[in-house]
Design a protein around this ligand. Sequence first.
Ligand code: PBG
Length: 326
Amino acid sequence: MNDLIFRPRRLRRTPLLRRMVQETSLDAADFIYPLFVRHGSGLQIPIRSMPGQCQWSPDTLVVEASRAFDEGIPAVILFGIPETKDACGSENWNPEGIIPTTIRALKKACPELLVISDMCFCEYTDHGHCGVLDEAGYLLNDPTLELLGKASVVHAEAGADIIAPSGMMDGMIGAIRGALDSAGLVNTVTMSYAAKYASGFYGPFRDAAESPPQFGDRGQYQMDPANRREALREVALDVEQGADILMVKPALAYLDIIREVRDAYELPLAAYQVSGEYAMLHAAAQNGWIDLQRCALESLVSIKRAGADMILTYFARDAVRWLAER
Ligand code: PBG
């Protein structure tokens, strides 16, 4: 007879025992579903590098988002592909632009669904950077802040519940909060992409949103993947400026950052499982090297275990189905 006192395997003996001691679980209410929208009608254009994801037109997006809502997903985040682009991204504050138009249609069809507007200029500028540039091609921070405020008011007036600035401009939360409050939109929530890294995992998104930078990269505004103290500093600044919800992005390669932000702040925390994380799992599964459902759910539960309260994920609808099947 062995004299072992502790036998952790005792609690793993049966499926029911394992379920009883499970520390983290996933639920439809955890997910935020990202959707891409362009002008037109009846569109459902598959995105090659993101199997199962599409560019929608406002009418088909409403159907897709309503399905997600009926399945228990509380929120969608919208990315627009505008008809025209210019140097300052003026289509972003056009009240008849793609996002305001889509938000109004969504709110009419499905008023309770939370609509998040990704607030950035890269989809709207002809140079593909996240704001206005000087002659040398340097992204000007403060002039961009003013435009972010202006566009946020337009999206919020169209019905967006949450404005989520993703451009990593200094002061973006303060500027947007100020603009919303001045317009009387005190209850519009801000969700800050507070710690957003300059990541290779955004690759497929740039096909999906048709927004690659035409020169250079985003290293002058997004963070160096090597940095952790800087992430805490970025989060602190957004908290001071009044952010309601924080976000870390990407998720899987930054689980340590999610945990640190979770431990250091009380605000709700989101994490973005980005396009490259989604594409990577699909690609390996298509080769027969991993099981998609198992690995996708494992990734999602890891993100939640690390401390995220909510997860932006292209797997949202799949995950809800898989969880129900289990
Ligand atoms: C816009 C934005 C990007 C993503 C979300 N908002 C692209 C980028 O920063 O280059 C990436 C999302 C994804 O890869 O799924 N600034």
